[in-house]
Design a protein around this ligand. Sequence first.
Ligand code: ZN
Length: 208
Amino acid sequence: MSDSRRKDSAPNRKSAVRQAPRQNSPVLMSSFYAANLFPATSSSGHSRDFALIAAVMATDPFHSFMPQALEQARQAADAGEVPVGAVIVHQGAIIGRGYNLTRTDNDPSSHAEIVAIRQACRALKTDRLEDCDLWVTLEPCTMCAGVIAHARIKRLYYGAADPKGGAVDSGVHFFAAATCHHAPEVYAGFEEVEAANLLQDFFKNRRA
Ligand SMILES: [Zn+2]
């Protein structure tokens, strides 16, 4: 028993998933740091936490771009699209914005993440977004996870989990697959209640 538990808690480099505190209010960055610096349990076994947090704190103060991603999601709802929004951040500035446009574009690949990634790639004139972070209101699907890997996104921050369609911490766990050549750092749970409420309200209104 203790052996298997020890094995389970061994650091897994393919799965760099860390979660923001689960709260019903917007995530407080100070408690996000506190949770990572002083984890309640050591079961996650992430040996790189200290180096990562030190590196993050050595740069600019942490700033959440989830409000801007949520604003994109609201624009999607206004356009009659499933309300998911995303932004791409490079050196502290937003260089790509997107929301679901699948119905508007008649294009099943027009998910918020892909719309934002395309805009960011055009802005930087590259297909690699190695120094960029993606903020998205909902856990990415398999298609978007694939594009995130191809684009070499550095960090992924998402809001609500998507147990039915997600592919990061749900479903296929895309970034943990042996065939995945690039896995971003993953942080989950940012303003997840607001992100989920937007979706619930959208589908409730559509049924009404
Ligand atoms: Zn997607």
